[in-house]
Design a protein around this ligand. Structure first.
Ligand code: ATP
Length: 514
């Protein structure tokens, strides 16, 4: 991480805490690592993000419905899904720094450094050749780029083979062969690679021991699979159709760093789309495009997203990619899109002895559907939004402000109602405006301090609109409406205020772009 990226993350963390977005969990006891609480504004933003996702999935697609399954599930679920046997991370420790890393990630980071070198060569060449530059030709002929690329291909091939074969000693050998050093200490003194299961377990009721062992779900997806038939039958759903769910998931992450990016308790928004076998790769493409569009409608800049196609496919997938986002610490996974084949439903059929099939009248036969999964981490989305919204500005008069430029439909507080002075009947008028708006939008009334300071406070919270009540308001029933980003003020009739704000703050502003 460069210094400015590191600084930005630190600033975002400090701002999130100071302005009631995210607090360290149980802070009075010095916190619990990789666990965070959402504060009074954080919970609002999180709820709006959930609504944006839920409405885009469930409301805008007539063939997608939602459920809310329990966090605890029958323990056999996790045997069937493969999590008991295979939900492991390959870990490696540095003996000098005592830091622990995921072995595959160390190698992937090494590869991404070589990719950066290629990008640099391309940038230089593009400058040199100007309009005549042909990127494909350059990539196919430039000796240095070709050498980098073959290096990448060879590393990826070795990584893929050792993961697929579970050859932990080969992973370590690759790390040593590449001379990968601990990013913190620079030391190359590594332990062997070991597997570590990420599921939390506890005991059910009074039953102790293995027989009473149950798990906190490490993903929400399985709650959808086990309800496949319930939903299909009661909703009279026909293939293709989807089931969406938002809920908590738990993973005993060993390397839990980087704020809410990687937590032990987090929230997922997942949708499983059931399709006819053979059609899954077309649907996979379609969902890749749809999900990217959904992200880009947030307006955080299309250059901040990219696809990362998986080379090392999980045991259940026949195609998979991530949507990566440019977080303060670089491009990282925000959402996963997987073509999961019929792996899960078939495994649940085998373990439960129940048929999990769809009778297709057009084919006059039953089959186990294939599944396309879209899975996004709500907390990562929150961090993406917060870090791109965080802006430090110097204004024309030389003063400075920190503003969270959160899109109005997602902002926690939609409008701050600010009487210019705390007398002359202005506070009472402010109260009337609040009472008019409170049925529709979350607003705040702020009486304290000079008006400039109140604006700054609302800018820092990310409130998109300021409504100022002044003496003219008492005469003609108008207020000034200040836009957070442009700081332009316009006069609006109080009778118009609700509809003006509802229009600007509606989620439709985002959903219409999909
Ligand atoms: P990573 O490789 O970063 O560990 P993953 O590939 O294991 O992620 P998935 O199992 O595909 O993640 O989970 C789907 C989504 O859930 C991820 O794209 C991410 O946004 C989110 N997610 C996964 N683990 C965590 C975590 N520990 N904290 C916060 N969000 C997470």
């Amino acid at each position: 991480m460069s210094q400015s990226e590191d600084n930005l993350l630190k600033k975002v963390i400090a701002h999130a805490k100071e302005y009631g977005y995210v607090f360290p969990s149980s802070e009075i006891y010095d916190g619990l690592s990789a666990t965070y609480d959402y504060g009074q504004y954080g919970v609002e933003l999180k709820n709006h993000l959930k609504q944006y996702w839920w409405q885009a999935m469930v409301r805008m697609n007539e063939n997608i419905v939602g459920i809310d399954a329990a966090i605890f599930m029958h323990p056999t679920t996790w045997k069937a899904s493969g999590h008991v046997d295979a939900f492991n991370d390959p870990l490696i420790d540095n003996k000098d720094s005592k830091k622990r890393y995921r072995a595959d990630q160390l190698i992937e980071e090494y590869v991404s450094k070589i990719e950066n070198k290629i990008a640099k060569e391309e940038g230089k060449a593009a400058k040199r050749f100007g309009d005549a530059f042909d990127l494909d030709q350059f990539r196919g002929t430039n000796p240095r780029v070709l050498q980098y690329q073959s290096q990448i291909d060879s590393i990826n091939q070795k990584l893929k083979e050792s993961i697929e074969q579970g050859a932990l000693q080969d992973l370590k050998a690759l790390i040593e062969e590449l001379g990968i050093a601990d990013p913190v200490s620079g030391s190359r003194n590594w332990t062997d690679v070991r597997q570590f299961n990420l599921m939390f377990s506890t005991e059910l009721g009074s039953v102790a021991g293995e027989s009473g062992k149950i798990y906190l779900r490490p993903e929400t997806a399985q709650g959808i699979f086990v309800n496949f038939l319930n939903v299909q039958k009661t909703g009279r759903m026909r293939i293709p159709f989807g089931i969406a769910q938002i809920g908590k998931a738990f993973r005993n992450e060993i390397i839990a760093r980087q704020f809410i990016f990687r937590m032990r308790e987090f929230e997922q928004m997942e949708m499983q789309f059931f399709v006819k076998p053979g059609e899954e790769l077309d649907w996979y493409q379609e969902w890749k495009e749809k999900r990217m569009k959904w992200h880009q409608a947030l307006g955080l800049g299309s250059e901040n997203y990219r696809f990362h196609d998986h080379l090392n496919l999980a045991h259940y997938a026949n195609a998979a990619c991530d949507i990566e986002f440019k977080f303060p610490m670089g491009f990282k996974e925000l959402e996963g899109i997987h073509s999961r084949t019929d792996f899960d439903l078939k495994a649940h059929e085998q373990h439960s002895g129940k048929k999990l099939q769809f009778f297709d009248p057009s084919e006059d036969k039953s089959y186990v559907p294939y599944v396309i999964e879209t899975s996004i981490g709500l907390d990562r989305l929150f961090l993406a939004l917060l870090s791109k919204s965080y802006t430090e500005e110097t204004l024309e008069d030389g003063s400075e402000r920190t503003v969270l430029k959160i899109p109005a439909p997602l902002a926690p507080v939609k409008a701050a109602i600010l009487p210019l002075v705390n007398k002359d009947g202005l506070p009472e008028k402010a109260r009337q405006v609040f009472d008019q708006l409170k049925y529709h939008l979350l607003c705040q009334i702020d009486f304290k301090d000079a008006i400039g300071r109140r604006y700054r406070r609302q800018d820092a919270i990310g409130t998109p609109f300021g409504i100022t009540i002044d003496h003219q308001t008492l005469e003609d029933d108008t207020v000034t409406l200040r836009d957070r980003d442009s700081m332009v003020q316009e006069r609006v009739q109080i009778t118009q205020l609700t509809s003006v704000l509802l229009e600007k703050c509606s989620l439709q502003q985002l959903l219409k772009q999909l």
